[in-house]
Design a protein. Sequence first.
Length: 207
Amino acid sequence: MVEYITSCNLPTPWGEFQLHAFIEKQTRQEHLALTFGQWDAEDAVLTRLHSECLTGDGLFSLRCDCGPQLQRALQRIAEQGQGVLLYLRQEGRGIGLINKIRAYALQDEGLDTVQANEHLGFDADMRSYGFCMSMLSHLGIGRVRLMTNNPRKVDALRQAGVNVVERVPHEIVANPHNSHYLQTKAARLGHLLGQDFEPPAKKKPHS
């Protein structure tokens, strides 16, 4: 389902990873894998599926937990001595960057993250993971310990043929800007989050 393109070294604050480029054959979408260390075929490899979030990963937005989740996942993989992070180009749970910004504007008006997507005519989560099996197979990974709070992601990978032997919690402490967002993910999308949430941050009036 994917075509492997090339690999290179990627030095990071947590160590030197290998960066692998793939293209999804059906959609021609580009996806990446970051690997650290070596493994045998029977190893259960620490794994993270991270969907692209330009606002959180690259622009340091506090509206979500994506940026801290990405950094913490790379740190945990490096500390473990082996692992893989699949960086999937599925912005905004699959609705794309511009539509995600539209959804943010609706959230500014009071809708939650699920309501905003549905108001725009999308499902709450449009992502797919069937192609991840091909990426993992290329990397020689047959068994994974999946860092996620989302049991639907575990189910989707197993349905795609991935042997998920363990779900590893990957929770980031909420801040006043994303507390309601995380609360919605827990209540409406089934994410397994164990923390108490703060009240939403008060919005500043427009000048």
